[in-house]
Design a protein around this ligand. Sequence first.
Ligand SMILES: Nc1nc2c(c(=O)[nH]1)N[C@H]1C(S)=C(S)[C@@H](COP(=O)(O)OP(=O)(O)OC[C@H]3O[C@@H](n4cnc5c(=O)[nH]c(N)nc54)[C@H](O)[C@@H]3O)O[C@H]1N2
Ligand SMILES: Nc1nc2c(c(=O)[nH]1)N[C@H]1C(S)=C(S)[C@@H](COP(=O)(O)OP(=O)(O)OC[C@H]3O[C@@H](n4cnc5c(=O)[nH]c(N)nc54)[C@H](O)[C@@H]3O)O[C@H]1N2
Ligand code: SF4
Ligand SMILES: [Mo]
Length: 758
Amino acid sequence: MSETKAYRLCPLCEATCGLEITADGRQVNQVRGDKEDVFSEGYICPKGASIAALDADADRLNTPMVREGKTWRSAGWDEAFALIDKKLTGVISEHGKNAVGAYLGNPTVHNTSLSMYMQGFLRMLGTQNLFSASTVDQIPRQLVAAAVYGTGLSVSVPDLDRCQYLVIMGGNPLVSNGSMMTAPNVGERLKRIRKRGGKIVVIDPRVTETAKAADEHLFIRPGTDAYFLFGVVHTLFEEGLGDPGQLAKHIDGLEEVRSLAKGFSPEVVATRCGIPAEDIRRIARELAAADSAATYVRIGASTQEFGTLANWLPEVIQVLTGNLDREGGTMFTRAAHGPGNTKGASGSGRGLKVGRRTSRVQGRPEIFGEFPISCISEEIETPGEGQIRAMITVAGNPVLSTPNGPRLAKALNSLDFMVSFDIYLNETTQYADVILPGVSPLERCQYNFAFEQLSIRNHARFSPQMFPVPEGQISEWESVLRLTGIISGMGPNADTAVMDDMTIQHMIQREVQMATSPVHGRDADEILKALEPRRGPERIIDFMVRTGPYGDGFGKNSDGLTLKTLEENPHGIDLGPLKPRIPEVLRTPSGKIEIAPKLIVDDVERLQDRLSAPTEKMVLIGRRHLRSNNSWMHNIQPLMTGKSRCTLWVNPEDAEALGLSDGGTATIRSTVGSVTAPVEVTSDIMSGVVSLPHGWGHDQSAAQMNVANANAGVNCNILIDEQSMDIPSGNAVLCGVPVEISPAPEAESKEREAVAAK
Ligand SMILES: Nc1nc2c(c(=O)[nH]1)N[C@H]1C(S)=C(S)[C@@H](COP(=O)(O)OP(=O)(O)OC[C@H]3O[C@@H](n4cnc5c(=O)[nH]c(N)nc54)[C@H](O)[C@@H]3O)O[C@H]1N2
Ligand SMILES: Nc1nc2c(c(=O)[nH]1)N[C@H]1C(S)=C(S)[C@@H](COP(=O)(O)OP(=O)(O)OC[C@H]3O[C@@H](n4cnc5c(=O)[nH]c(N)nc54)[C@H](O)[C@@H]3O)O[C@H]1N2
Ligand code: SF4
Ligand SMILES: [Mo]
């Protein structure tokens, strides 16, 4: 067979690298970084390179799976949907829509086909019991973006390619490849900051890979970033270093922040965060003096006790030092598909609304339509009206990925019915009654709706499906439409072509009615015809790009972008460096940067109250590894070589005090559970802190993941109390969890015996 070459966007992480893939028929021969990609510069990491192994993984499901008691069997699609129709319709008609809960996992965002059609499904389902991985991750960041600037994706991203002073807190982009900041080849981009005379400061309880590539590293006590950041803000005010410059006329609430910062002088917060006052003052001065500066906070600063405040204060610093919306500071991307902050009247909008509903058991407010994942088990366990009796999980593995997984596993096991969209039978999907498999990432198209809007450069990239959907399988968007048909009362065999037409018609209708749209007042049928002969995700992407800020507006701007232009440019289209967007980008009700939103500043009192809290003796944090991706890539053999990665990192001083030795085994106990893990002694972790990675614990017998099962590791989320949340956002607290550690004598001696016997 002849060799074919395709270019496509890697769907595995937020860096969205361009890949060059060569294949012989259906067989992938080689995966390389696409050197001509306009954004990723040929970069590729080991995960991207192993996409061929994922594509070929024999454990990846290719037919629906139906559970009968403890055994599983393959089923046809019609049978699977007939069963879902019977069971799900039964639960809804007997108990109402809220009796069906849904959980969306991380890969949903990376899967264009799934995410696009899921929105319509969830609207139709109308349940209030919606959860996602966002509340073990970035909800605080999005809450701040929405409260301060008006929409959940109005995230200010570091203008990395022009930045001269970068503070990184709670992120390790050299390993994670960046998050809420799409910056492929981030290692090189960071190097260039230093090459051009800039400076990088990393503040982290670990000397991370990124810290090792930075100019300066400071240890911080987990969970205390808000104290450090307030110390910086205090200094900027006190020393008269703040100067918002041209932004001043667009800001509302800065005086309130000044008075809130009064109680957080560096001298007051130093003991709590573990960073000396003189360093806090110096960093404030350096931030103010730099030609341009960005303070970037990520997951370590989000999944903590004061996640919202720790994500808000960097915005204050950006505003106060005049580095917001400025070259080299933090800026707002303008993505081609027309995200919320390019739609509607420019410069103001509805802003953030939260708490339109509250969760049944704890009364937690919804944010962006979802409840904290920490509330999911109680909503399944607690009887009464609105109790969750059926669950739909979508590309998620919450049994491993969310706090107190064992409680959730038990709750899932008690459901009347569960459906999972997934590619594996794993720790979570083992509780499903039906698993609907997805296709290989090479069998679907890719356009990154979220990550295009979080990119450090404006661009537009699309990759078409590389291989056809295999005989006997169906695309995920079609599966979702069939499920939508079921909950709309159309039965298990709804015509997905008709439903797809309805989906796009609905979008066109809305757009032609929008006064600010380029197609305002146009005939909806004419627009629909112009999209011919496309169907499915491609038709929707074409529509969104054409009505987006660079689009052809269906004839209004003949040079503008269409999906065809993107297809003709397989390495992507560069739309230039980020440009200032204030005030146009704002969608707040006041039309201002609302720098002191009530929802957020109300939490400062809690921060104040905890200022003198006693320091925990030992706390737990997590870590990521370049060859891992949360819980689900441990079945890819080429990524699993080398020594075990699920180890407990302990500082040498602590190891000595606790009687632990490198290569030994420790028992880690928290208020909710205990696990045993091998010990690695390293001075890369601060004293008083231990680290255990997440996503492990593949020792569940029902799961069908041979490689992962053989490299099980332990689930760190067994140790994490799901009741512990950041108050304003409901985000789970995963960092800074109090633990007790002791040597595990029995296990250790067993291990030694095993080694001796070999
Ligand atoms: N302690 C601790 N816990 C954490 C974190 C932490 O730092 N510490 N990090 C948190 C973060 S940031 C996140 S995002 C969450 C992730 O939490 P989840 O999203 O719940 O978990 P993942 O491990 O990403 O599992 C993804 C699931 O999607 C499936 N999948 C992969 N690709 C596809 C596809 O194309 N289609 C379908 N249908 N399924 C697919 C996989 O088989 C797997 O079951 O974990 C969180 N958990
Ligand atoms: N290789 C790989 N890449 C990934 C993933 C993966 O699992 N593996 N997951 C993807 C996902 S879903 C996400 S959300 C992103 C996350 O991307 P990042 O945010 O870059 O995630 P981490 O690498 O976990 O870095 C978090 C850092 O926070 C530090 N930390 C912990 N607690 C605190 C604290 O209280 N304060 C401060 N200042 N720091 C703290 C940790 O030591 C760690 O260095 O990565 C994505 N990319
Ligand atoms: S960095 Fe992320 S997007 Fe790039 S190749 Fe690796 S996994 Fe794929
Ligand atoms: Mo994440």
